[in-house]
Design a protein around this ligand. Structure first.
Ligand SMILES: CC(C)(COP(=O)(O)OP(=O)(O)OC[C@H]1O[C@@H](n2cnc3c(N)ncnc32)[C@H](O)[C@@H]1OP(=O)(O)O)[C@@H](O)C(=O)NCCC(=O)NCCS
Length: 160
């Protein structure tokens, strides 16, 4: 399967379209929490030739800040720039809506994601201590580290 970022579209999911839970649950193992934020979020899909490659969920946190609640790419397509494509398109949506900041939360254990978001100009702006231990029934481990705290990373959009 070749992607190479060609002819990939980025569109808001229609209300009648099927929600790509298999992708959303890769980023967030709690369907209960996913369903809760989906009630007030917009879902955007990256597609190529009709195939769904990835998903990103945007939630209006305040009038000035939009939060990426979920971003996920089909596992067999990781590392081909689709995650970056989704995030850069989300930034464009936020700019069109005149928001000033875009933020994303990730676990202390999500080493690759922390690398990716900082490479995309997000900076650590906060920590929600014990978020994962308080909100998830089962312990989550990644890279041999327990997910305990949520790090919040923000990209300021003022200068863009
Ligand atoms: C995070 C995710 C969306 C990134 O998508 P992607 O299409 O692989 O991202 P890109 O190809 O644009 O960029 C990947 C870059 O980040 C790094 N990276 C991203 N996730 C990584 C991970 N879990 N482990 C190691 N490196 C990772 C890659 O090495 C790559 O670096 P490079 O550009 O220097 O080669 C994807 O890994 C995914 O769906 N993961 C499962 C769901 C998830 O964890 N979502 C985020 C929740 S906070």
């Amino acid at each position: 399967m070749t992607v190479k970022n060609q002819n990939i579209t980025f569109d808001k999911l229609d209300k009648d379209d099927q929600i790509p839970y298999e992708l959303l649950l890769l980023a967030d193992p709690s369907k209960e929490l996913v369903d809760e934020y989906l009630k007030q979020s917009d879902i955007y899909i990256a597609r190529q030739n009709g195939e769904t490659l990835g998903v990103i969920v945007l939630f209006l946190l305040t009038t000035e800040t939009v939060e990426i609640k979920n971003v996920a790419v089909k596992p067999e397509l990781h590392g081909q720039g689709i995650g970056s494509f989704l995030i850069e398109n989300a930034v464009q949506v936020a700019l069109l809506n005149r928001q000033k900041n875009i933020c994303i939360g990730t676990a202390n254990s999500s080493v690759g994601q922390l690398y990716l978001y900082q490479k995309l100009d997000f900076e650590i702006t906060g920590i929600k201590r014990h978020f994962f231990t308080d909100n998830y029934a089962e312990p989550i481990y990644e890279n041999g580290i327990q997910a305990k705290h949520m790090l919040v990373l923000t990209r300021e959009l003022n200068d863009e």
